[in-house]
Design a protein around this ligand. Structure first.
Ligand code: ADP
Ligand code: ZN
Ligand code: ZN
Length: 679
């Protein structure tokens, strides 16, 4: 018997499995998941046991020297998931394996001391049955019928996938809670994922009220120590529910019965470093491995997921498909807030040059004098800037590709990220000749200044990346606002989710347009989702709410459908576009980003890689072109996009390309399978 070992260091040359022999002394103790010290070359190295084999690949097999950690760090089951991850996302195996190890394993091993308090036992140990004392609310007929479908699948052990499609406030969370209660009664456990920004104290409390101490919470704002403690609760079986952000999908729960994923379209579910996994794909794989049920819940599902969902059960045996369960109305028939559109071009004509329209100012004044609260939201996705005419709303586009040209501050030019076309920044509008043509990208600070000038007595709270850098400050912001210690919350997309404050009656969207013109095929979808979500923050309880959307393009289909909270009309238009332009769900994408400090060498490398890929794949190789953000932190960026039906064919082509084409030192190639952002 030999042990299969993966080394702790990640690098291309050594990312494989090595075989080592096991001494008599170690034989009874050594298990999958153990951290060990092994001889490697002239030195010794740290590695992990990921399996056992009968025959070794090399003739001179060396002994494992010692077990360096007390107890195994992961199970055979986790090894299988890590192998899938590394293969699917083309990452190193060890990097994928890190995701299924207890948080902080790496930093401890530097000090050559690994202390893990509780052993990992088998995956299938019974967790014991958890008594659920609080049985939950009486469900509405729609909730009841959705829950019944879910319970049927759980009872029959069918690894079914559900899309719970319902507007905010329609009672989705209540359905999750009751489905979880059922799973726990059967002695199984559940993983619940929410986007980074929805994991509010309010939500955690709701789980604690229902399930007492059986919930562990995992997210990136916790210290490593706290994360490790929560992780161990799942290992020991003390927690049978893990509630958290994307990394919660790797929680070592026993006997997994249900995975819930709220707002599955959110970009925070994508890991933006290697392995660049999407928690949705991992959840689906994990559910398949455990024969667990999956629930995706949203009012605005991703276009891909909605496309793959069917209302009839008949189709559900196709493994890619979701059964769609619909919650058509808010609880108590509370109305969705009315949405009013303000045409900002008219403001300019009326000589209002500020960022707040007179309509929004009137409403703000009313809200403040009623002692109610407001949210001002600015849609700012990424770092790009484009050029727009404030008189007519015209956006300067590429004459060849009809997508917005992006302004780069380093040479003050505008350029197309698809074909590379570039031009001087225009001095006047080519459609109406106005000289009010300028870069667009209003910040939260500008809004705060203007609001402070107009309403000197109002208590303003600005919330964005600059002001929420510190750990925990996120929660402080939310509770300050929720407790009524501020009147107006000003923020970027972070304010769109999770916040459930009874006293919020007004939501103002300062500029709905910015996301619409992004040269990314998902920009319309993201904008629609953002606008719908932010509109859902107003009037959630007994006070009626109102939403004002300021825009330079009131006729844009995304704005029009968002105003009516009409996801399905939006979806029908969008799916046509995707089909026409051959984007997901009709095709699969892999992005290859080539970056480096030396522009000429980076561009040359990108061209070489592109040439090789082009010879290898008959079609579906786009680029290289300068990335939407052509220069970031001193590095030039070029992107190649692969489009195709089979991810495997594309992955293999990339693997071969990277083994044949020489990538000079100082140049980085980042492969992103199913990228979320193409900026
Ligand atoms: P969603 O997750 O779709 O936004 P929630 O489950 O949070 O909806 O429900 C919205 C509000 O309605 C919450 O305050 C919740 O407690 C309440 N609620 C949910 N279901 C019911 C029900 N069946 N009866 C009464 N109130 C309910
Ligand atoms: Zn172009
Ligand atoms: Zn114009």
């Amino acid at each position: 018997m030999f042990a299969e070992i993966v080394l702790a260091k990640a690098s291309r040359g050594i990312d494989k499995l090595y075989h080592y022999s096991i001494t008599e002394e170690l034989r009874p103790k050594l298990k999958i998941g153990h951290q060990v010290r092994v001889p490697f070359g002239k030195r010794t190295d740290i590695g992990y046991v990921v399996g056992f084999v009968e025959t070794a690949e090399v003739i001179k097999v060396k002994d494992i020297l010692e077990i360096t950690g007390g107890t195994p760090l992961f199970t055979e089951h986790s090894v299988e998931l890590a192998k899938w991850l590394a293969d699917y996302y083309s990452s190193f195996f060890i990097t994928a394996l890190r995701l299924v190890m207890p948080p902080g394993t790496r930093s401890k091993e530097k000090r050559k001391k690994v202390r893990v308090t509780r052993p990992v036992t088998s995956d299938v140990t019974d967790t014991g049955i958890v008594a659920v004392t609080n049985s939950g609310l009486n469900l509405t007929p729609a909730q009841q019928s959705a829950l019944e479908s879910i319970l049927r699948a759980i009872k029959n052990g069918q690894p079914e996938k559900f899309l719970l499609y319902g507007v905010t406030g329609s009672g989705k969370t209540e359905v999750y809670l009751q489905a979880i209660a059922d799973v726990l009664r059967r002695g199984k456990s559940a993983i619940v994922m929410v986007p980074e920004i929805s994991l509010t104290p309010q939500l955690i409390q709701r789980f604690r009220d229902r399930f007492q101490d059986h919930t562990a919470v995992l997210h990136s704002e916790l210290t490593v120590k706290n994360r490790n403690e929560e992780w161990q609760k799942a290992v020991s079986g003390e927690a049978v529910i893990v509630l958290g952000t994307r990394s919660a999908v790797f929680a070592p729960v026993k006997n997994l019965g249900l995975i819930v994923m709220d707002e599955e379209y959110e970009t925070t579910y994508k890991n933006e470093k290697s392995p660049r996994y999407h928690a949705r794909e991992v959840a689906l794989k994990l559910a398949e491995m455990n024969r667990a049920v999956v629930i995706m819940g949203s009012a605005t599902p991703s276009v891909e997921t909605f496309y793959h969902s069917y209302e009839s059960r008949v189709a559900s045996h196709e493994s890619e498909l979701y059964i769609r369960l619909v919650l058509p109305k808010r609880i108590d028939n509370r109305p969705l807030p009315p949405v009013e559109v303000v045409d900002m071009r008219e403001e300019l004509k009326a000589k209002n040059f500020g960022v707040l329209s007179s309509r929004l100012k009137d409403e703000l004044e009313q809200t403040l004098s009623n002692g109610e609260q407001a949210i001002l939201f600015i849609n700012r996705l990424g770092f790009y800037t484009y050029i727009m005419c404030r008189s007519c709303g015209y956006v300067v586009e590429c004459p060849r590709c009809a997508i917005a040209l992006v302004y780069s501050s380093h040479d003050r030019k505008i350029r197309c990220n698809r074909c590379g076309y570039s031009a001087e920044t225009p001095k006047s509008c080519s459609r109406c000749n106005s000289v009010s043509i300028k870069y667009f990208g209003t910040g939260t600070q500008r809004i705060e200044e203007e609001a402070a000038k107009t309403f000197p007595a109002a208590r303003l709270l600005r919330y964005d990346r600059d002001t929420t850098g510190k750990r925990g400050s996120h929660e402080v912001f939310f509770s300050t606002f929720a407790e009524g210690k501020a009147d107006v919350l000003i923020g970027t997309q972070m304010v769109t989710k999770g916040l459930d404050v009874a006293n919020v009656t007004l939501v103002g969207v300062i500029s709905a347009d910015i996301g619409l013109h992004l040269p990314d095929f998902r920009s319309a979808e993201h904008t629609f989702q953002l606008l719908t979500q932010v509109a859902g923050r107003a009037g959630r309880h007994h006070l009626p709410g109102k939403v004002i959307i300021q825009t330079y393009s009131p006729e844009h289909p995304v704005i029009k459908t968002a105003v009516n909270h009409d996801y399905e009309s939006f979806y029908r238009q969008e799916i046509e576009q995707r089909k026409e332009l051959d984007y997901p769900p009709f095709t699969k994408l892999i992005s290859m980003l080539v970056s480096g400090a030396d522009q000429i060498r980076t561009e040359k490398t990108a061209a070489d890689l592109g040439d090789f890929l082009n010879r290898r794949l008959a079609n579906g190789v786009l680029g290289p072109v300068a990335a939407v953000i052509p220069r970031l932190r001193g590095e030039w960026r070029y992107r190649i996009l692969l489009k195709g039906k089979e991810l495997n064919v594309m992955r293999n082509a990339i693997r071969e390309t990277l083994s044949k084409v020489v990538v000079p030192g100082g140049i980085k190639v980042t492969v992103d399978v199913e990228p979320m952002s193409l900026l």
